[in-house]
Design a protein around this ligand. Structure first.
Ligand SMILES: Cc1cc2nc3c(=O)[nH]c(=O)nc-3n(C[C@H](O)[C@H](O)[C@H](O)COP(=O)(O)OP(=O)(O)OC[C@H]3O[C@@H](n4cnc5c(N)ncnc54)[C@H](O)[C@@H]3O)c2cc1C
Length: 632
């Protein structure tokens, strides 16, 4: 029997893991990526990957990792898939180690683990501060072996345009566009995996790369796939705001002992290193003395935001200090410059390059930035014996469209309302692994013999060519780059870290208006070679549709949970909202259904941090302020 073929859209960690596992099992893969796979956004990941290996003898365990992930996610994650992911994490780290990832080591030659947010354990394996790059390159080498063996064919520089379904609704291939020749092609297959990463560009400046438009998710959503928890967007506490993007300063900096503070007098004109301890406000450490600077991300970001909103940031500006100067031996700390660099060089270099200050000598100035999307394509799982995942079920990682799978940041499964730091790389690799297993089961049983996939994709290619030619002729009045700027302003101001029902409702007509205007763009470039204008217009249209779902999800979720904090309803409401929001696309706007959360291992309870956003507002801003902005 001829080998089965699967299209994988995305060559980041999730896509490469899926590809490697499928090829290993004898399934042929057509791997599509808009950029060369080694430039996928996973390459930016700095801090590390979680796995409860417990080499420090801290009594850590996959169970505690599971529990931290669920608490971090504010109980919005289905528990069986998270449990399986936490159980697989140590094996995945050892697999990467065997592939040659240069993880940092202890003096004894053991893997070194650092602390990250939302946990009290040392659970994060790391390769300096360039972990994503090391992981991506290791997997890329594995995939190249299968490429040489004829099992993998890469389509680098190709943009995903849509899935192709047969009459029964099964996914049978995709259409793509070669971004050099602008030729549109069809790739027939027996199943498709979307592994296209996040959508930070919706918010304009974020820690993401400019390819992170989320277009493939938006396209699948517009073609009938469910979009889970769209309102859940993570804002990372520590980034360097820039004109083009916000550069991440990884949580590993706090994991290694970095402290957040502002001067008690924000206008204090002394150099930060001359300000004595008594005149510094270590606000996170005051808010929660146990977790301190390693509270979960949603809480730390929110604290910084509130501090700055009250004019208490450094010099009254939108900035606070992230300080590691005390770690150096010259300030009485435990480390030499070389040891600090062994742990953090990649990220400290970024700071020095863009801010022209040495962060070992001078505290860094940072502010929160959009970073990650917990929401994404809805994917399924199946429980087998008792409550555990049936790893051979075709349902694992499958969307509601048969034969369409998703893995990595583009899907919604593992992080609930807030992702724990260093759990993303893990969920990409675990998601890719279990997706490949699910697809193999699907390929054995799926009955897709009725229609010829080649004929189906050929027809879809004709339609996409017609759409492209129409778009290329567009000679309206709107500038797509300006539309994108307006979109990101709406999204950051109305649906960012600080949400109110009123502002969210006001955002809706603005998005509808943008969607209409995006149909009338002025074509800035009509060339037939490497045309950049048409793909950008397409992305803007897709980002607007996705934004409508994000805002509508935030409106409908009438509570606060994890990264979603709404001033009008500042508390978590398990009685009504222990459920995922599932958006379905309609031309008139998103429609929602709801899915109860599977809490089969631990019952929802208050998070274990001393503080939550509602209390932060009260402690930092005062009760009156909360009332004045319409809060409880
Ligand atoms: C600066 C930064 C640092 C981070 N550090 C950490 C960390 O230390 N630990 C951690 O756990 N997580 C970290 N994260 C999060 C983590 O890196 C990402 O969630 C993860 O790498 C995403 O991997 P992915 O495979 O899902 O997608 P990506 O790596 O983003 O890959 C997406 C793939 O899809 C392709 N693609 C996208 N759009 C299209 C399209 N339209 N057509 C065709 N192909 C397309 C791209 O070419 C790419 O190959 C960090 C994130 C950022 C932004």
């Amino acid at each position: 029997m001829a080998a089965k073929t699967v299209v994988v859209v995305g060559g980041g960690l999730a896509g490469l893991m899926t590809t490697m596992k499928l090829a290993e099992a004898g399934v042929k893969v057509k791997l599509v990526s808009i950029v060369p796979v080694k430039r996928s956004h996973s390459v930016c990941a700095q801090g590390g990957i979680n796995g409860a290996v417990n080499l420090r003898g801290e009594n850590d365990s996959p169970y505690l990792h599971f529990e931290d992930t669920i608490t971090g996610g504010d109980f919005l994650n289905h528990q069986p898939p998270v449990m399986r992911m936490a159980e697989r994490a140590p094996a995945i780290i050892y697999l990467l180690d065997r592939m040659g990832v240069p993880f940092n080591r202890t003096h004894e030659g053991m893997l070194s683990f650092r602390r990250f947010g939302g946990t009290l354990k040392h659970r994060t394996a790391y390769a300096g501060a360039t972990t994503g790059q090391q992981l991506l390159y290791a997997l890329d080498e594995q995939v190249r072996r299968y490429e040489t063996a004829g099992m993998v064919h890469k389509y680098e520089g190709y943009e995903f345009l849509g899935i192709v379904k047969d009459a029964n609704g099964n996914c049978r291939g995709v259409t793509v566009q070669n971004l050099r020749t602008m030729e549109i092609e069809g790739l027939a297959s027996d199943a498709v995996v979307i592994a296209s990463g996040g959508n930070g560009l919706i918010f304009g400046r974020s820690t993401n790369s400019i390819i992170n438009t989320g277009s493939p998710v938006s396209i699948c959503y517009q073609q009938g796939a469910l979009y889970g928890n769209p309102e859940m967007v993570q804002i990372h506490p520590t980034a360097i705001p820039g004109e083009d993007k916000c550069r991440l300063i990884s949580e590993s900096v706090r994991g290694e002992g970095g402290r957040l503070w502002t001067p008690r007098d924000p206008m204090d004109s002394r150099k930060p290193t001359d300000i004595p301890e008594k005149d510094r406000w270590y606000f996170c450490e005051e808010l929660d003395p146990v977790y301190g600077n390693l509270l979960s991300r949603d809480i730390v970001s929110f604290s910084i935001y509130c501090v700055c909103r009250m004019g208490k940031g450094v010099q009254g500006k939108q900035q606070v200090y992230l300080d590691i100067t005390h770690l150096h031996e010259s300030k009485g700390g435990p480390y030499t410059r070389q040891i600090i660099n062994d742990k953090l060089e990649g990220v400290l270099e970024i700071y020095e390059k863009f801010m022209r200050e040495d962060p070992i000598e001078v505290p860094m100035r940072i502010y929160p930035a959009v970073h990650y999307t917990m929401g994404g394509l809805w994917v399924d799982y199946e429980k087998g014996h008792d409550t555990a995942i049936d790893i051979d079920s075709p349902r694992n990682q499958m969307t509601n469209i048969p034969g369409l799978y998703a893995a990595g940041e583009c899907e919604y499964q593992y992080h609930g309302a807030n992702r724990l730091g260093a759990n993303a790389l893990l969920s990409c690799l675990y998601g890719g692994e279990i997706a490949a297993q699910g697809i193999q089961a699907y390929l054995k049983q799926a009955d897709v013999s009725g229609e010829d996939a080649e004929a189906l994709v050929a027809k879809a290619v004709q339609e996409k060519r017609a759409e492209y030619n129409d778009l290329k002729k567009s000679n309206g009045t709107e500038n797509p780059y300006r539309l994108h700027a307006e979109l990101s302003d709406i999204m950051w101001n109305s649906c960012g870290i600080w949400r109110t029902q009123k502002e969210l409702l006001e955002a809706q007509p603005k998005l509808n208006d943008l969607a209409e205007r995006a149909k009338k763009c002025a074509l800035l470039d009509d060339s037939g070679w490497s045309n950049q204008a048409v793909p950008f217009v397409r992305s803007v249209q897709n980002m607007i549709e996705q934004s409508k779902a994000i805002v509508a999800g935030a409106i409908i979720r009438n509570e606060s949970r994890g990264a979603h904090f709404k001033m009008d309803t500042p508390d978590r409401n398990d009685a009504e909202w222990l459920k995922s929001t599932l958006a379905s696309y309609t031309p008139d706007g998103p429609q929602f259904t709801f899915e109860p959360i599977d809490c089969c291992y631990i019952a929802p309870r208050a998070r274990k941090y001393r503080i939550n956003q509602n209390q932060i507002v009260k402690e930092i801003m005062g009760e009156d302020y909360l009332k004045s902005v319409g809060g409880a």
